[in-house]
Every structure is written in C-alpha cells, then in structure tokens.
Design a protein around this ligand. Structure first.
Ligand code: DX5
Ligand code: ZN
Length: 219
C-alpha cells in the first residue's frame, strides 16, 4: 500500500515545508492536483510550481491532471519532475496517444475516472497503465464527503486486473480518512490519496500511521 497525501489541503505559502513534513511523516508519494478551471471549476497550480518543488523532496511526484486535453502539457509536467502522470479519461480526445506521450516522456501513465464513468471505460487501456484512479468525490475540491457507492467500481477494476494477471495499481482519491480507508482497501485499492485528513493534523505522522495500520490489516 502506498500513501499519497494531497497538497491541495496544505498551506501553499509554505509548500516546501509542507511537503517536507509529509516526507518526514512517512508518506510514499506526494499527490499534486492540477486544475484548469475548465475540466473542473477550480484553479490550482501548474508545471512551474512543480519544478520549484522538485529539489525540495525525495518523494516521487504523483501528478493528478484535471485539465482539458492533457496531451498538450505532458512534456511540461514530465520536465518539471512528475513521476506518475494521471489524466482524466473524460478530458482526452485520444486516450492512446495521451498514454503514449506519458510513456515516451519517461513517466508512469495512469487514467482517472469521474464518479459517473463506469469501470469498463478503462479496460481497453488497463494493460498499459501503471495505475487507475477511481475518484471517490467529484473532482475539483478537497474536503468533500467520501462516496461509498464507488466501491463496486473499485472491486470491478481489481477483479479485471487480477483476471488479466496485471500488477496495475488502483488509487482512490476524495474523502479518505481513518474510517473510510477500511472499505477502499477491502475492495482492492492500494494507493491512497488523503488531503484534508493528513494536512489538518498538526503532526502528519498520526494520520499517515492510522491509514497505514488500518489499510495494511486488510491487505
Ligand atoms: C479533488 C482532488 C483530491 C483532493 C482530495 O479533486 O483530486 O486529491 O485533494 O482531498 P480530500 O482528501 O480532502 O478529499
Ligand atoms: Zn487528486
């Protein structure tokens, strides 16, 4: 299981310190939410900020693109230091070309599904993916309530991955905390994003430890 705290809930005026705090607290990845005000009704940050952050941490960068036609910016994000690049299947015209672009830039490709998008949508691409992201809230904002009705989708994708003998990861993102962690792991998720749950704690090692202990007891 990998834990990827989302810096969306951090203090952006102290971004380097915030990332250092989760690194010291035992995070495996850092989840960076990129929003364009088009695909989702919110704006966050882009490649220049990611580039500045890269030298401040050894954590791999898990970049979640919530932008229209992501293929246009893959090179920029790869050059800025992205390790995993996740894009939304609903936002890309040519899914294969987008996956190819991520791979050719030396990054690990992942596809994300909004709550209304069914599991089957990702099956044609699943063999080539490092990870599938199942959104457990509508993308756009941190601090929303976890959608437990996404659990059958996580299970369906896990079963398909196992049936094909793949080692593709399943990430969940939105409303994950010390309670909801149990059901996501039980249904087959193994990369856990948590924003407000991690960053609202003064000591980030406490929520990270809780997620790891509760999650790993179900693996
Ligand atoms: C929402 C983002 C999430 C968000 C999660 O669009 O993709 O990564 O930061 O925040 P929490 O954990 O607070 O729901
Ligand atoms: Zn995210």
């Amino acid at each position: 299981m990998l834990i990827s705290p989302s810096i969306l809930a951090s203090d952006f005026s102290r971004l380097a310190d915030e990332v250092k705090s989760i690194e010291n607290a035992g995070a495996d990845l850092v989840h960076i939410d990129v929003m364009d005000g088009m695909f989702v009704p919110n704006l966050t940050l882009g490649a220049p900020v990611i580039k500045c952050l890269k030298s401040k941490t050894a954590l791999p960068f898990d970049v979640h693109l919530m932008i229209e036609e992501p293929v246009r910016y893959i090179e920029d994000f790869a050059a800025a230091g992205a390790d995993i690049i996740t894009f939304h299947i609903e936002a890309a015209k040519d899914i294969d070309a987008t996956v190819n672009k991520i791979i050719s830039c030396g990054c690990k490709p992942a596809i994300s599904l909004k709550p209304a998008t069914p599991a089957e949508a990702v099956f044609p691409y699943i063999d080539r993916l490092y990870m599938v992201l199942v959104m457990t809230v509508e993308p756009g904002f941190g601090g929303q309530s976890f959608m437990a009705d996404m659990m059958p989708k996580v299970k369906e994708i896990r079963e398909e991955i196992n049936r094909r003998g793949l080692d593709t990861h399943i990430q969940v993102d939105g409303g994950i905390d010390g309670n909801t962690i149990t059901q996501v792991v039980k249904n087959g998720a193994d990369v856990i994003v948590a924003g407000s749950y991690v960053f609202k704690a003064a000591d980030r090692s406490v929520p990270i430890k809780t997620l790891r202990e509760k999650g790993e007891s179900y693996e």
